[in-house]
Write a protein of this length. Structure first.
Length: 321
């Protein structure tokens, strides 16, 4: 007889639905802008705001065809894929970010898939909360990026690059920390930001675009890494050190780039996540994500009474990345 956990994994691995990943013969639900690093053409389902945001992106002809045929869903309206009944719920993130309530037509187990959660995320009663570890709550004492930090750098005239993992994070940083400050951004982010200026001294940049030519032309004096994994942080630190050495060799003067790390604003804190979990009726938690965050996140959740299991085998289930 299948345990609840086995039933959850079986639903997610074998049904016609795939979440934030693509597979032959499966329909993909996109939970947020940038859900798949490589947006693979195919049958898509997403909240209408997310599909509108995708329409602004630089898509290939095949991706545009998939977008034209995608199914738009609204929050709180149930729909079906194969033997599953589904409901998109607001995750509190911009661009139509959504959690996904999933249950078999037989009724159980009830699952709630989340990618990241904002303060206005809507909970739903469930048996299993499929949670992605985030440094904002997984790491004790995580420092969230504040508007005061960026205002100070702007007042000093610093040339700053803020590295973020996604367009969603770029928008949240802009909304919470950069209002009234001239900014520019990588071309991938520009369609999703407003009031940008080409020559602005503060730039929002994807973490996977560190070696880009346009970034190499910027004179950088400070770097902020927002929600960087251990691997991406190490890459950016190496890049900053190489830039500092090259500038010192060119000018003959020390030119160390100041690097700081911070968590993304506009996300649930530890107290907020506990309230969300309680509102979901204290479900078991299947935790995925970067090992640097899942370990301490699991310990903290268990210390607060949650039953937590880790999903660490990324080859077993494409959904859990």
């Amino acid at each position: 007889m299948l345990t609840d956990r086995d039933a959850v994994l079986r639903i997610l691995a074998r049904e016609r639905l795939s979440i934030d990943s693509a597979a032959p013969g499966r329909t993909t639900f996109l939970s947020h802008l940038g859900a798949m690093p490589k947006l693979i053409p195919g049958p898509w389902i997403a909240h209408r705001e997310l599909l509108y945001a995708l329409a602004l992106a630089n898509l290939s002809p095949d991706q545009r065809r998939s977008l034209a045929q995608a199914i738009l869903v609204d929050y709180d309206r149930e729909f079906g894929v194969g033997r599953l009944l589904l409901q998109a719920l607001p995750s509190g993130l911009p661009f139509g970010g959504a959690s996904l309530a999933v249950r078999p037509r037989g009724g159980s187990p009830r699952c709630l898939y989340t990618w990241a959660l904002g303060p206005d995320a809507q909970p739903a009663p469930c048996d299993w909360l499929l949670l992605r570890a985030q440094p904002e709550w997984a790491l004790e004492g995580a420092e969230v990026l504040r508007g005061e930090d960026t205002q100070t750098l702007h007042a000093l005239g610093s040339d700053v690059v803020i590295f973020v993992p996604s367009a969603v994070a770029a928008r949240q940083v802009a909304d919470h920390c950069l209002r009234g400050i001239p900014i520019t951004a990588h071309p991938r982010f520009l369609p999703h930001l407003s009031d940008t200026e080409h020559d602005a001294k503060i730039a929002l940049w994807p973490m996977d675009a560190v070696p880009s030519q346009s970034l190499s032309r910027r004179r950088v004096t400070a770097v902020i890494i927002v929600d960087g994994t251990e691997t991406t942080t190490r890459t950016i630190l190496r890049w900053a050190a190489e830039r500092s050495d090259a500038r010192e060799a060119e000018t003959g003067k020390p030119n160390e780039i100041e690097v700081t790390e911070a968590s993304c604003p506009g996300r649930l804190s530890r107290s907020g996540l506990l309230r969300f979990w309680e509102a979901c009726e204290r479900p078991s938690i299947l935790l995925r994500g970067d090992p640097t965050w899942t370990g301490p996140g699991q310990e903290w959740l268990r210390a607060n009474g949650a039953a937590v299991e880790l999903q660490v085998d990324s080859t077993q289930l494409g959904l859990f990345e």
